[in-house]
Design a protein around this ligand. Sequence first.
Ligand code: HPA
Length: 278
Amino acid sequence: MMELLNRAYAALKEKTSITPRLALVLGSGLGDFAENMDVRDIIPYDEIPGFPVSTVPGHSGRFLLGYLGDVPMIAMQGRVHYYEGYSMQQVVLPIRLMGMLGAKVLFLTNAAGGLQDGMQPGDLMLIEDHISSFVPSPLIGKNLDALGTRFPDMSCVYDKALREIILKTAGENGISLKRGIYTQLTGPQFETPTEIRMLKKLGADAVGMSTVCEAIAARHMGLRVCGISCISNLAAGLSANKLTHEEVQETANRVKDTFATIVKASISAFFEQNELAD
Ligand code: HPA
């Protein structure tokens, strides 16, 4: 795995001279975020050896490297999902690569079903913690000692200082932000109402099919992590609607400007803080 990563890293290094300080994963609804960036290099995933290329035709995805204001960053336009049939180690390869390129902060975004009382489709939720127990760990297998320790601590996955900056930034921009616990399930099927009742009892506020494995791989490497979910629908059984991918996309699309604003303003605020300056 480390040889694979090193080969992919070398290929990526050849295609860009930017050393990103921040890595951003663009979930549903943030696909247009690149409009906010001064994009210098576009690297399609299929140009990187060993990269898990999406099984959905025309959706292979790509890395965007450039600047947000004066912050050098890398964004993933299109992520890799476990339900596509890749191993968890393959799913987190892009996250590891962004860390190897130099990113110190990982900003995760996604669309999710909402479980918390009072949630409405279109709400944004700051991720405060996660439940990983329903998906295999991306750290299973021989430990990659070059990246991190065998038994990494997960007592504060979502960086407290970053969370505080995001909440403050939301307030300053008049954006209301829920807070809660995100759970990753494998998918691709949506949950049953009974599964949602179970997840609710376990303390979950949002459910989706990504993000948690990425956060774990990033913490393993020592990256600081934060994340926001777009609540695209109420989870199964909590509304009269059947769940569809179209509803997820429609809602994500409706709130994309607000979502982009909070992400953009938060990133700028992160790097105004001395502790993040290097
Ligand atoms: N469940 C799982 N994943 C999702 C959902 C959901 O309700 N909405 C968006 N992604």
